[in-house]
Design a protein around this ligand. Structure first.
Ligand SMILES: Cc1ncc(COP(=O)(O)O)c(C=O)c1O
Length: 375
């Protein structure tokens, strides 16, 4: 039988769904281009960790003990990590759920919501997984208005349809680095129809100044249909471990529990995150380093008359007067991996993760001569 599987009813609805394209791994660039010195500034990882304490805890598990060798299943619901997260976030344990990365929780909530169809409102230029999770679960995407320089809470509210089940908001948003002012956050939380689940993805929230960041977790008691997501992949520097968490009402968590795969987070990830979530000093240090890297980047970008948008996250979004894919390819040849943004309908933007000073020097050494005529 030679028939294409794209016409098989089991799969045909998937053909039009975009594939997620991750940042290029270092090993792939080594393999493809034969380069040895490579700097990766493509996936918004934190170069300053993980800490020695996290590594020691993981090493202890690998060495094995009566209760936690690699041969044993992990605690399925991650009780001990959830307990630590609950303490840190001052919520009860039954309001915390874990995912294999926060991406998995984005998928869980979509799987729960779109069992019988429906739509999700997603601002333009949002993290790709919101749309992919919606569509692969059988939902329809309604794109609300947003640009590289503006997020619009009122347009999110206006875009809601009768069959809308979820609204996703990246806060701050990847790749634009934008977030809403507190008043707009409140409008959204309080005016959105009560039967719609508001999913606020706070993957980069820890990079914000805690004094003026409108953390939507503060509305959890007000809105039972609110899901606030965090990840250990960014400021906690555990991207390889694949672990994230969601905060919500006890009832909402109960529904997500029904679509969660048993043992969805592994034991090494759980213990690493247990140590990481308690380490406020490392978070503060990483935020400070990120602020310094952003300030230094702005100075260099100014020399080349390059425009940056947004201020959030551990990355910058830079506009180019020419297709950014060209710059991406030139940089790749020079051993610097960044992220072109065509897939986000931003063909003249590249996103650059803020790395260590030596990594940023490598970026400007490669990019500087290419941008001599301006961005
Ligand atoms: C906005 C946003 N949300 C979620 C994630 C996914 O994080 P995780 O590694 O926890 O799946 C990312 C990763 O880049 C992100 O940018």
């Amino acid at each position: 039988m030679n028939a294409s599987l794209s016409t098989v009813p089991a799969f045909e609805h998937l053909s039009s769904i975009p594939l997620y394209v991750p940042g290029k791994p270092i090993q792939e660039v080594q393999r493809e281009l034969g380069l040895t010195r490579i700097v990766k500034l493509a996936s918004n990882e934190n170069p300053w960790g993980p800490t020695e304490a996290v590594k020691a805890r993981v090493a202890a598990v690998i060495s094995g003990s009566e209760y936690e060798g690699l041969g044993l299943y992990p605690v399925s619901d991650g009780y001990y990590l959830r307990k630590r997260i609950a303490e840190r976030k001052a919520v009860s344990l039954d309001r915390v759920i874990l995912g294999n990365g926060s991406s998995e929780i984005l998928e869980m909530v979509a799987k729960a919501a779109f069992l019988e169809g429906g739509s999700a409102v997603i601002p333009k230029h949002s993290f790709a997984i919101y749309g992919i999770a919606t569509q692969t679960a059988g939902g329809r995407v309604i794109e609300s208005k947003a640009s590289a320089t503006e997020l619009d809470a009122d347009d999110i509210l206006r875009s809601v349809a009768a069959d809308t089940r979820l609204v996703y908001l990246g806060h701050p948003n990847n790749p634009t680095g934008l977030r809403l002012e507190r008043a707009a956050v409140e409008r959204l939380v309080r005016s959105l129809r009560e039967d719609i689940v508001l999913v606020v993805d706070q993957a980069y929230a820890e990079y914000e100044d805690p004094a003026d960041y409108p953390d939507t977790a503060s509305y959890l008691d007000e809105r039972p249909n609110l899901l606030v997501l965090h990840t250990f992949s960014k400021i906690h520097a555990l991207a390889a471990m694949r672990i994230g968490y969601g905060l919500g009402s006890k009832e909402l968590m109960g529904f997500l529990e029904r679509v969660r795969s048993p043992f969805n987070t592994n034991h090494l990830a759980q213990v690493a995150a247990e140590v990481a979530v308690q380490d406020v000093a490392f978070e503060t240090y990483s935020r400070q380093k990120n602020t310094e890297a952003r300030a230094a980047f702005l100075v260099e970008a100014g020399k080349h008359r390059c425009q940056l948008t947004g201020t959030g996250g551990n990355f910058v979004l830079m506009e180019t007067a020419f297709p950014a894919a060209d710059l991406f390819n030139e940089l790749l040849q020079r051993g610097v991996i960044v992220r072109p943004m065509q897939a986000y309908e931003l063909p003249n933007h590249i996103r650059i993760t803020l790395g260590k000073p030596e990594e940023m020097r490598a970026f400007w050494n490669a990019a500087g001569p290419l941008l001599d005529g301006g961005c």
